[in-house]
Design a protein. Structure first.
Length: 324
Protein backbone atom coordinates (compact mmCIF):
# COMPACT_ATOMS: atom_id res chain seq x y z
CA UNK A 1 0.00 0.00 0.00
CA UNK A 2 1.31 3.45 -0.93
CA UNK A 3 2.21 5.62 2.04
CA UNK A 4 0.28 8.87 2.40
CA UNK A 5 2.78 11.64 3.14
CA UNK A 6 1.52 15.09 4.11
CA UNK A 7 3.80 18.14 4.19
CA UNK A 8 2.21 20.76 6.43
CA UNK A 9 4.42 23.79 5.79
CA UNK A 10 6.73 23.19 2.88
CA UNK A 11 7.31 26.75 1.67
CA UNK A 12 10.30 27.38 3.91
CA UNK A 13 12.16 24.22 2.94
CA UNK A 14 11.37 24.62 -0.74
CA UNK A 15 10.44 28.14 -1.84
CA UNK A 16 11.06 26.99 -5.41
CA UNK A 17 14.72 25.98 -5.52
CA UNK A 18 14.76 22.68 -3.61
CA UNK A 19 12.54 20.02 -5.26
CA UNK A 20 10.62 17.37 -3.29
CA UNK A 21 11.78 14.61 -5.65
CA UNK A 22 13.45 12.45 -2.98
CA UNK A 23 10.27 12.43 -0.87
CA UNK A 24 7.88 12.01 -3.79
CA UNK A 25 9.60 8.70 -4.55
CA UNK A 26 8.49 7.33 -1.17
CA UNK A 27 4.72 7.65 -1.43
CA UNK A 28 1.80 9.83 -2.38
CA UNK A 29 2.65 13.36 -1.31
CA UNK A 30 0.11 16.00 -0.35
CA UNK A 31 1.94 19.32 -0.16
CA UNK A 32 0.81 22.44 1.68
CA UNK A 33 2.87 25.62 1.63
CA UNK A 34 1.59 26.46 5.13
CA UNK A 35 -1.08 25.21 7.52
CA UNK A 36 -3.19 27.07 10.05
CA UNK A 37 -3.75 25.24 13.36
CA UNK A 38 -7.41 24.72 12.46
CA UNK A 39 -6.42 22.94 9.22
CA UNK A 40 -3.94 20.41 10.59
CA UNK A 41 -6.30 17.64 11.74
CA UNK A 42 -8.23 17.57 8.48
CA UNK A 43 -5.04 17.58 6.43
CA UNK A 44 -3.51 14.71 8.42
CA UNK A 45 -6.59 12.55 8.95
CA UNK A 46 -5.56 10.02 6.28
CA UNK A 47 -1.79 10.53 6.57
CA UNK A 48 0.69 7.81 7.47
CA UNK A 49 3.57 10.28 7.61
CA UNK A 50 3.53 13.95 8.61
CA UNK A 51 6.30 16.39 7.75
CA UNK A 52 6.33 19.62 9.72
CA UNK A 53 8.78 22.46 10.04
CA UNK A 54 7.00 24.82 12.43
CA UNK A 55 3.33 23.74 12.22
CA UNK A 56 2.49 22.66 15.77
CA UNK A 57 1.39 19.11 16.49
CA UNK A 58 -0.04 19.33 19.99
CA UNK A 59 -1.25 16.48 22.18
CA UNK A 60 -4.83 17.41 21.28
CA UNK A 61 -4.09 17.27 17.56
CA UNK A 62 -2.10 14.02 17.75
CA UNK A 63 -4.91 12.38 19.70
CA UNK A 64 -7.26 12.97 16.77
CA UNK A 65 -5.01 11.21 14.22
CA UNK A 66 -5.41 7.44 14.66
CA UNK A 67 -3.91 6.72 11.23
CA UNK A 68 -0.71 8.66 11.78
CA UNK A 69 2.33 6.42 12.11
CA UNK A 70 5.35 8.71 11.84
CA UNK A 71 6.26 12.38 12.24
CA UNK A 72 9.44 13.85 10.85
CA UNK A 73 10.40 17.44 11.64
CA UNK A 74 12.26 19.17 8.83
CA UNK A 75 14.45 20.99 11.33
CA UNK A 76 16.81 20.25 14.20
CA UNK A 77 14.60 21.76 16.89
CA UNK A 78 11.44 19.72 17.46
CA UNK A 79 9.60 21.81 20.06
CA UNK A 80 6.74 22.18 17.57
CA UNK A 81 5.74 18.56 18.32
CA UNK A 82 4.49 17.23 21.64
CA UNK A 83 6.92 14.32 21.54
CA UNK A 84 5.61 12.79 24.78
CA UNK A 85 2.07 12.67 23.37
CA UNK A 86 3.39 11.13 20.16
CA UNK A 87 5.21 8.47 22.19
CA UNK A 88 2.00 7.77 24.11
CA UNK A 89 0.26 6.98 20.83
CA UNK A 90 3.20 4.94 19.54
CA UNK A 91 4.27 7.50 16.96
CA UNK A 92 8.03 7.96 16.57
CA UNK A 93 9.21 11.51 15.92
CA UNK A 94 12.39 12.15 13.93
CA UNK A 95 14.36 15.32 13.32
CA UNK A 96 17.28 16.40 11.14
CA UNK A 97 20.07 16.86 13.66
CA UNK A 98 23.06 18.23 11.75
CA UNK A 99 21.95 19.68 8.41
CA UNK A 100 22.52 23.32 9.39
CA UNK A 101 25.79 23.15 11.29
CA UNK A 102 28.03 24.94 8.72
CA UNK A 103 25.38 27.52 7.80
CA UNK A 104 24.32 28.43 11.34
CA UNK A 105 27.89 28.63 12.60
CA UNK A 106 28.83 30.85 9.65
CA UNK A 107 25.81 33.08 10.23
CA UNK A 108 26.65 33.36 13.93
CA UNK A 109 29.91 35.00 12.94
CA UNK A 110 28.19 37.17 10.35
CA UNK A 111 26.13 38.59 13.22
CA UNK A 112 29.15 38.93 15.50
CA UNK A 113 31.24 40.64 12.83
CA UNK A 114 28.38 43.03 12.13
CA UNK A 115 28.43 44.04 15.80
CA UNK A 116 32.22 44.40 15.66
CA UNK A 117 32.39 46.47 12.46
CA UNK A 118 28.89 47.62 11.39
CA UNK A 119 29.78 47.06 7.76
CA UNK A 120 26.27 47.85 6.53
CA UNK A 121 26.18 51.15 8.41
CA UNK A 122 29.52 52.24 6.97
CA UNK A 123 28.56 51.17 3.45
CA UNK A 124 25.45 53.34 3.73
CA UNK A 125 27.49 56.24 5.11
CA UNK A 126 29.90 56.13 2.16
CA UNK A 127 27.03 56.04 -0.34
CA UNK A 128 25.43 59.01 1.42
CA UNK A 129 28.60 61.06 0.86
CA UNK A 130 30.10 61.04 4.36
CA UNK A 131 33.51 59.81 3.18
CA UNK A 132 33.78 62.56 0.63
CA UNK A 133 32.81 65.16 3.26
CA UNK A 134 34.99 63.92 6.13
CA UNK A 135 38.28 65.22 4.71
CA UNK A 136 40.28 62.14 5.71
CA UNK A 137 41.32 58.89 4.06
CA UNK A 138 39.50 56.97 6.81
CA UNK A 139 36.67 57.31 9.29
CA UNK A 140 34.47 55.08 11.43
CA UNK A 141 31.14 55.73 13.09
CA UNK A 142 31.30 52.93 15.66
CA UNK A 143 34.10 51.37 17.73
CA UNK A 144 35.98 48.73 15.71
CA UNK A 145 36.53 45.58 17.72
CA UNK A 146 39.16 42.88 17.27
CA UNK A 147 38.21 39.35 18.31
CA UNK A 148 41.71 38.01 18.94
CA UNK A 149 42.28 37.27 22.65
CA UNK A 150 38.62 37.89 23.54
CA UNK A 151 36.72 35.14 25.35
CA UNK A 152 33.88 33.40 23.53
CA UNK A 153 31.33 31.65 25.71
CA UNK A 154 29.32 28.96 23.90
CA UNK A 155 26.18 27.81 25.71
CA UNK A 156 25.08 24.53 24.20
CA UNK A 157 28.02 22.51 22.93
CA UNK A 158 26.48 20.24 20.33
CA UNK A 159 27.48 20.15 16.69
CA UNK A 160 26.70 23.82 16.01
CA UNK A 161 28.21 25.07 19.26
CA UNK A 162 31.38 23.12 18.62
CA UNK A 163 31.68 24.51 15.08
CA UNK A 164 31.22 28.04 16.43
CA UNK A 165 34.02 27.30 18.90
CA UNK A 166 36.29 26.14 16.05
CA UNK A 167 35.69 29.35 14.12
CA UNK A 168 36.22 31.41 17.26
CA UNK A 169 39.51 29.61 17.85
CA UNK A 170 40.57 30.45 14.30
CA UNK A 171 40.01 34.12 15.17
CA UNK A 172 42.29 33.67 18.19
CA UNK A 173 39.51 33.68 20.77
CA UNK A 174 39.61 31.80 24.07
CA UNK A 175 36.68 29.36 24.37
CA UNK A 176 34.41 28.62 27.31
CA UNK A 177 31.73 25.96 26.84
CA UNK A 178 28.62 25.08 28.83
CA UNK A 179 26.66 21.90 28.23
CA UNK A 180 24.40 19.53 30.13
CA UNK A 181 26.34 16.67 28.56
CA UNK A 182 30.11 16.85 28.97
CA UNK A 183 30.98 13.41 27.67
CA UNK A 184 32.70 12.96 24.31
CA UNK A 185 34.36 16.36 24.40
CA UNK A 186 35.84 17.25 20.97
CA UNK A 187 39.59 16.64 20.92
CA UNK A 188 40.28 19.17 18.15
CA UNK A 189 39.07 22.24 20.10
CA UNK A 190 40.98 23.97 22.87
CA UNK A 191 38.33 25.04 25.37
CA UNK A 192 37.40 25.14 29.05
CA UNK A 193 34.19 23.77 30.51
CA UNK A 194 32.24 26.39 32.46
CA UNK A 195 28.81 26.92 33.97
CA UNK A 196 26.37 29.35 32.38
CA UNK A 197 26.90 31.73 35.31
CA UNK A 198 30.67 31.61 34.76
CA UNK A 199 30.21 32.30 31.06
CA UNK A 200 27.93 35.24 31.82
CA UNK A 201 30.60 36.78 34.03
CA UNK A 202 33.75 35.96 32.04
CA UNK A 203 32.87 35.99 28.33
CA UNK A 204 33.30 38.94 25.99
CA UNK A 205 30.96 37.26 23.50
CA UNK A 206 28.20 34.83 24.47
CA UNK A 207 26.61 32.67 21.77
CA UNK A 208 23.51 30.57 22.46
CA UNK A 209 23.22 27.14 20.81
CA UNK A 210 21.14 25.16 23.29
CA UNK A 211 17.77 23.53 22.79
CA UNK A 212 14.58 25.06 24.19
CA UNK A 213 13.14 23.18 27.15
CA UNK A 214 11.70 23.87 30.57
CA UNK A 215 15.16 24.42 32.01
CA UNK A 216 16.48 26.73 29.30
CA UNK A 217 13.37 28.88 28.68
CA UNK A 218 14.15 32.42 29.81
CA UNK A 219 17.69 31.50 30.86
CA UNK A 220 18.97 34.90 29.73
CA UNK A 221 17.13 36.91 32.36
CA UNK A 222 17.87 39.96 34.49
CA UNK A 223 20.18 37.97 36.77
CA UNK A 224 22.15 36.55 33.83
CA UNK A 225 22.43 39.97 32.18
CA UNK A 226 23.55 41.58 35.44
CA UNK A 227 26.54 39.22 35.52
CA UNK A 228 27.68 40.15 32.01
CA UNK A 229 30.46 42.60 31.22
CA UNK A 230 29.30 46.01 30.07
CA UNK A 231 31.49 45.49 26.98
CA UNK A 232 30.03 42.07 26.14
CA UNK A 233 28.03 40.98 23.10
CA UNK A 234 25.22 38.40 23.10
CA UNK A 235 24.36 36.34 19.99
CA UNK A 236 21.30 34.09 19.64
CA UNK A 237 20.81 31.86 16.59
CA UNK A 238 18.99 29.17 18.57
CA UNK A 239 15.50 29.88 19.99
CA UNK A 240 13.97 33.22 20.90
CA UNK A 241 12.39 32.02 24.12
CA UNK A 242 15.82 31.38 25.62
CA UNK A 243 15.81 35.14 26.30
CA UNK A 244 13.63 37.40 28.42
CA UNK A 245 13.36 40.00 25.67
CA UNK A 246 12.06 42.77 27.93
CA UNK A 247 14.99 42.31 30.31
CA UNK A 248 17.42 42.23 27.38
CA UNK A 249 16.04 45.45 25.86
CA UNK A 250 16.29 47.16 29.25
CA UNK A 251 19.89 45.99 29.67
CA UNK A 252 20.84 47.30 26.22
CA UNK A 253 19.17 50.65 26.69
CA UNK A 254 20.82 51.06 30.10
CA UNK A 255 24.26 50.27 28.56
CA UNK A 256 24.44 47.28 30.89
CA UNK A 257 25.80 45.24 27.96
CA UNK A 258 27.30 46.47 24.71
CA UNK A 259 25.34 44.84 21.92
CA UNK A 260 23.09 42.02 20.81
CA UNK A 261 22.41 40.16 17.56
CA UNK A 262 19.51 37.74 17.31
CA UNK A 263 18.21 35.65 14.44
CA UNK A 264 15.18 34.48 16.42
CA UNK A 265 12.36 35.95 18.50
CA UNK A 266 10.07 34.61 21.19
CA UNK A 267 7.13 34.85 18.76
CA UNK A 268 7.75 34.51 15.02
CA UNK A 269 7.18 36.46 12.86
CA UNK A 270 8.34 39.08 15.36
CA UNK A 271 5.55 41.15 16.91
CA UNK A 272 5.44 44.90 16.35
CA UNK A 273 5.64 45.50 20.10
CA UNK A 274 8.72 43.34 20.65
CA UNK A 275 10.99 45.54 22.80
CA UNK A 276 14.12 44.49 20.91
CA UNK A 277 12.91 46.32 17.79
CA UNK A 278 13.62 49.66 19.44
CA UNK A 279 16.53 48.62 21.65
CA UNK A 280 19.95 50.24 21.35
CA UNK A 281 22.63 48.40 19.32
CA UNK A 282 20.48 45.38 18.55
CA UNK A 283 20.78 43.56 15.22
CA UNK A 284 17.76 41.41 14.30
CA UNK A 285 17.50 39.03 11.35
CA UNK A 286 14.43 36.94 10.39
CA UNK A 287 15.35 33.38 11.49
CA UNK A 288 17.48 32.85 8.40
CA UNK A 289 20.72 31.34 9.72
CA UNK A 290 19.64 27.87 8.60
CA UNK A 291 18.41 28.85 5.16
CA UNK A 292 21.31 28.43 2.71
CA UNK A 293 20.43 26.26 -0.27
CA UNK A 294 23.18 23.82 0.72
CA UNK A 295 21.64 23.40 4.18
CA UNK A 296 18.11 23.04 2.82
CA UNK A 297 19.27 20.39 0.34
CA UNK A 298 20.80 18.44 3.22
CA UNK A 299 17.60 18.82 5.18
CA UNK A 300 15.52 17.56 2.26
CA UNK A 301 17.73 14.51 1.85
CA UNK A 302 17.79 13.59 5.54
CA UNK A 303 14.02 14.08 5.81
CA UNK A 304 13.62 11.65 2.92
CA UNK A 305 16.07 9.27 4.59
CA UNK A 306 14.07 9.49 7.83
CA UNK A 307 10.93 8.41 6.01
CA UNK A 308 12.72 5.70 4.03
CA UNK A 309 14.29 4.27 7.18
CA UNK A 310 10.96 4.27 9.00
CA UNK A 311 9.19 2.51 6.15
CA UNK A 312 11.99 -0.08 6.10
CA UNK A 313 11.57 -0.72 9.82
CA UNK A 314 14.82 0.96 10.82
CA UNK A 315 13.81 4.40 12.12
CA UNK A 316 16.66 6.86 12.63
CA UNK A 317 17.06 10.25 14.32
CA UNK A 318 14.20 9.45 16.70
CA UNK A 319 13.87 12.04 19.46
CA UNK A 320 11.16 10.34 21.55
CA UNK A 321 12.50 6.80 21.57
CA UNK A 322 13.05 6.70 25.33
CA UNK A 323 9.84 8.44 26.37
CA UNK A 324 7.08 6.35 28.00
Amino acid sequence: MTSQIVILDGATLNPGDNPWTAIEQLGEVNLHAASEPSEIVSRLKDADVAITNKARLTAEIIGQLPNLKFITVSATGYDCVDVAAAAKYGIPVANVPTYGTPSVAQFTFALLLELCHRVGLHDAAVKQGEWQRCGSFSFWKTPQIELQHLTLGVIGFGQIGQQVARIGSAFGMQILAASRHRQNAPADISFEWATTDEIAARADVISLHCSLNENSTGMVNREFLARMKTSAFLINTSRGKLIDETALAEALNAHQISGVAVDVASIEPIKEDNPLLSARNCVITPHMAWSTLAARRRMMQVTADNIRNFLAGNPANIVNRDLP
